[in-house]
Each structure stands twice: as structure tokens, then as C-alpha cells.
Design a protein around this ligand. Structure first.
Ligand code: PMP
Ligand code: GLN
Length: 382
């Protein structure tokens, strides 16, 4: 007899990142689609992992995360954002940023709850909301600045609004929230029971002298927030799938109930290594400038192609309009670019549920100069 199940995500297909990376591999294209660096991570950190393994740190560590790593993260939070957090109660190490986001949503959401999400939205957010029986209330960022229309947020809030999700620096656009945005957010949630989920995996990858407006700078907001991070993005090791979540002790207590029966504890030797590596403050404070140099290089070379830049101020990504090149749908254009021209990108309509198509594709510039050069030579043929 054939067994069947009822899909919890009936409308979901394969993530665009896998689709485009597979297409790139199949056609031997330069992959500026999926967001991962093609340059090596720092050898000090890989050395520390080897050492941790050789020193015998190979069994389960504490379910909330290796204690010395949580201590270092609390020190970093105080140093960068001026906020004191308790490493025992306010931080949990997770297997990646995506898991931290999923766990935060699962901790909070009840069927029928509403979550305000800004589009374009990182592709895991809405399925993560819906699998919990909640409803995503989508608000489009204003094109092409990709800023938040706060008046619309105010209009969409009602008694069912349970959470608001923010992401700065933003994937896919590289937009960055300002202090004024944080004031709008504070005013909107004040006196409500709304929880904020802040995806800050690109916290260090911020450019042009801008300051990262972390929720961690705002202790009043932090009381009602889950703030999610990824070591993969910070230290150029996306394959490690290690991250963390910071919240108030009360919210974190509930988060850990979900976490303990889903994952329990994360990779020990990498946590031991990171606890040591975090003592090197320059290793994370210089990241923004290093990645900005790549953005600048990419942007200056892209000026020789027919693409129009939509400036990024953070993340691994910059979006470009191809409206002057073609009126094809962005998915078709991105496929053709991969197959016929040998450069893979991500069509930005993939970040909208209704597949809004502004004729924009996202490029990942976190690559070696030679990789970027190779891609640009191909793009010049358009
Ligand atoms: N949020 C955003 C906006 C991202 O781009 C990513 C990409 N990796 C993640 C979360 C997830 O990070 P991780 O790989 O650590 O799960
Ligand atoms: N965050 C990366 C991106 O936006 C990819 C992560 C993934 O493939 N799921 O490209």
C-alpha cells in the first residue's frame, strides 16, 4: 500500500540558492549566485580547530554552547554595542543562523499568529513562519532604496501581530537600517506584546562608514527580541553552519526548551576554537573594510557592463538592474546568463512570494579578484 503524508509546505520548491549553484556547476559558470566566499578562511582559525580536536575536545559540550565561547560573545557585545548580557542566560550557540531564526519563530508562534516580513525576504523566513501555522504579513521594501515604509507597517499591525522580522545588513539588497529606522521600530512596538526577530548575520559586513544598528544597542528592544548571528558569515566559513542567538533571559529560557530537543549541542572543537579566536578583536573589526574593498572593486568593474548598480551598503551582495539589457523575466534572464554567458546570479523575484519582478539580479562579490575579473569579462559580452 502506498503511504502518503499531507505536505506542511505544499507550495515550496527547491531553494533558489541550490537551483542556481547546480546550474552553475552543470554549465561550468562563474558562481556569483549563492552567497559564499571562494577565498580561504583564516588559517589561525582552522589551526585552532585542529588543536581543539587534538586536545580532546571531541565530545558533547554544554547544550547552550561552550561556556567560554558564550563569555567571549558577551564581552564582544559589551565592547561593540555597549550592552551587558549574561552569557549563562542570554546566549545560545546554534547550528547556523538559519536554525537560530527557525528556533526563535518556533518558540514564539501559535497557529493564527501574524508575522510582519519585509520583501525581498531571505527565502527561509516565510516557510519557517508557515510551518508553525502562523501567517506572514508581507510588506514590500520601497524600490530601489529598499527602505522600510513604516506607515505601512503601522497600518498592518493588529491584535494578531506577534512578531516583526528585520534584517540588516539586508540580503539580497545590501540595504542597511538607520538609527531613525530603529526609532520607528521602537515607537511601533512600545506598549504592545510584539516580539522582534532581528537577523544580523552580516553585522560586520557593513560599508561606507555606516554603523551597524544592532538590536543589541537598544536594551529596551532587546528585552523583546531574538537576535540571530552566523559565524559562517563573520569568519568566511559558511560550511561550518555555526551561529548563535541572543535574547532576554525570559525569552531565551523558552528558546532553549525548543533547542534542547532539536539539536541539544553544537560542534565542540569549532566552539573551542572560536572562543580563542574571538579574543582577536581586529579579526572582526577589520572585516567590513576587507569586504568593502571587494564591493568597490566589483562595482568599479561592473561600470564597464550594461548593468545598472543598485548600491549595496553591507552584506556579501550587490543588486543590479538589467532593465536596459532585456525585458525577460528575471528567472529566465538569470538562467540565460548562466547557460549562455557563464555567470550565475540570483534572480531577486525569488525573494518575493508573488515573484515581483523588477528586472534585478543579485551578485555575490565575496570572491577572489580573479573570479570577479573572469565574471566581468563574460558580462561585458552582453
Ligand atoms: N540570514 C541571512 C540573511 C542569510 O543570508 C543567511 C545566509 N547564510 C542566513 C541567515 C543563514 O546563515 P547560516 O548559514 O549560518 O545558517
Ligand atoms: N545565505 C546565502 C545566500 O543568500 C546562501 C545560504 C543557502 O544557500 N541557504 O546566498
Amino acid at each position: 500500500m502506498q503511504t502518503t503524508i499531507i505536505s506542511k509546505l505544499p507550495t515550496v520548491g527547491t531553494t533558489i540558492f541550490t537551483v542556481m549553484s547546480q546550474l552553475a556547476a552543470q554549465h561550468n559558470a562563474v558562481n556569483l549566485g549563492q552567497g559564499f566566499p571562494d577565498f580561504p578562511m583564516h588559517e589561525t582559525l582552522t589551526g585552532l580547530v585542529n588543536k581543539a580536536m587534538q586536545d580532546g575536545y571531541n565530545q558533547y559540550t554544554h547544550m547552550n554552547g561552550y561556556p567560554l565561547l558564550r563569555e567571549q560573545l558577551a564581552l564582544k557585545t559589551a565592547r561593540l554595542y555597549g550592552t551587558s548580557i549574561n552569557p549563562d542566560t542570554d546566549i545560545t550557540i546554534t547550528p547556523g543562523g538559519t536554525y537560530a531564526i527557525y528556533t526563535s519563530l518556533t518558540t514564539v508562534l501559535q497557529p493564527g499568529d501574524e508575522v510582519i516580513v519585509f520583501e525581498p525576504a531571505y527565502d527561509s523566513y516565510i516557510p519557517n513562519i508557515e510551518i508553525n501555522g502562523a501567517k506572514a504579513i508581507r510588506i514590500q521594501l520601497t524600490y530601489p532604496s529598499y527602505s522600510i515604509p513604516w506607515d505601512e507597517v503601522r497600518k498592518k499591525i493588529n491584535m494578531h501581530t506577534r512578531m516583526i522580522m528585520i534584517n540588516s545588513p539586508h540580503n539580497p539588497t545590501g540595504a542597511v537600517l538607520s538609527a531613525a529606522d530603529m526609532q520607528e521600530l521602537s515607537a511601533i512596538v512600545e506598549g504592545t506584546n510584539i516580539i522582534i526577530l532581528s537577523d544580523e548575520v552580516y553585522e560586520h559586513l557593513i560599508f561606507d562608514g555606516l554603523q551597524h544598528e544592532s538590536i543589541l544597542r537598544y536594551p529596551e528592544l532587546l528585552k523583546r527580541s531574538f537576535v540571530c548571528f552566523s559565524f559562517g558569515k563573520t569568519y568566511h566559513c559558511t560550511g561550518w553552519k555555526l551561529g548563535y542567538c541572543i535574547s532576554s533571559a525570559e525569552l531565551m529560557h523558552e528558546f532553549r526548551k525548543v533547542h534542547q530537543f532539536n539539536c541539544f549541542s553544537c560542534d565542540t572543537p569549532k566552539q573551542v576554537a572560536l572562543a580563542e579566536y574571538l579574543k582577536d578583536v581586529a579579526a572582526y573589526t577589520t572585516l567590513g573594510a576587507n569586504i568593502q574593498a571587494k564591493r568597490d572593486y566589483f562595482r568599479s568593474k561592473m561600470a564597464d557592463t550594461p548593468f545598472k548598480c543598485i548600491p549595496s551598503h553591507g552584506s556579501y551582495f550587490e543588486c543590479y538592474s538589467y532593465a536596459d539589457i532585456s525585458d525577460e523575466p528575471d528567472t529566465v534572464f538569470a538562467q540565460r546568463l548562466t547557460i549562455d554567458y557563464g555567470v550565475a546570479t540570483i534572480p531577486v523575484s525569488a525573494f518575493y512570494q508573488d515573484r515581483k519582478d523588477d528586472k534585478v539580479v543579485r551578485f555575490c562579490f565575496a570572491k577572489k579578484e580573479t573570479t570577479l575579473d573572469m565574471a566581468i569579462e563574460k558580462l561585458k559580452l552582453l
